[in-house]
Write a protein that binds this ligand. Sequence first.
Ligand code: C2E
Ligand code: MG
Ligand code: MG
Length: 259
Amino acid sequence: MADALHRAIARGEFHLVYQPQFDLETREIMGIEALLRWNSREFGVVPPAEFIPVAEDEPELIQAIGRWVLRTACQESARMQAELGCRLGLAVNLSPAQFAQPDLPELVRSALEDSGLEPNMLELEITEGVFVMEAELTIQTLNTIRAMGVAVSIDDFGTGYSSLSYLTRFTVDWIKIDQSFVHDLPHGRNASVVTTAIISIAHGLGMMVIAEGIETREQHDYLLARGCDLGQGYWFSKPLPMAELVPWIAAGARIAQDA
Ligand code: C2E
Ligand code: MG
Ligand code: MG
């Protein structure tokens, strides 16, 4: 599979889909998250949960794939903004190995410059794994990226190995509540306590909160009542190719369940 991944970019086997992110209160679309898809000649459609870990075994491979994702997502997003005349945030997932590249800020800068996307439209999603790496480098990279106007969020929050202490040492803009917690809302007692606590910690530290994996109206209502800012999930919309997303947004991006 690693060999096939090495050939995938040149063969044009990757494409991106985008999942909309909504303001829970106004139901307005605020941004999109780019998610990588691979249709392999040898393996067929492989989910990212299977091939990303394989690519992550080779720093150069995940970095090459990550570069393609970042550049392609910025270009497609800038084109969408021009076509729709709207400003929507773009979130891109980064592997810890990408975050460790000394030239990451340069890669981000050139992806923005070449696409024309404004820095404050871009958000990079990192996981807690980044915080167990060398602290000095991590702080420096975070500061450089944020100084450019690019936002940083912690994906899958609460599922990694890190301690809460990193929240006091590293500055990020967003926390994403992991879908495993959202899944058990609103009735799961442990999930509801943890979710409420995450929102409170994030807001107390001046960060915004987005919940992922919202599948029901009850989950939406619960999160809204506790002050969660944004949400994404199948209840709002599945990840869509640009060709479907653009007409859907142009038509008002109405949530089917509310029609
Ligand atoms: P993630 O970044 O946490 O993305 C959320 C995943 O949840 C996506 O799966 C999305 O399709 C799925 N999802 C969205 N709404 C719902 C829902 O309501 N219910 C459920 N059960 N699932 C929902 P996907 O696209 O298969 O991606 C899985 C993971 O692969 C991502 O998790 C991310 O960690 C990784 N990944 C995807 N694209 C990239 C990429 O370009 N670069 C890197 N480094 N990782 C990526
Ligand atoms: Mg993500
Ligand atoms: Mg996640």
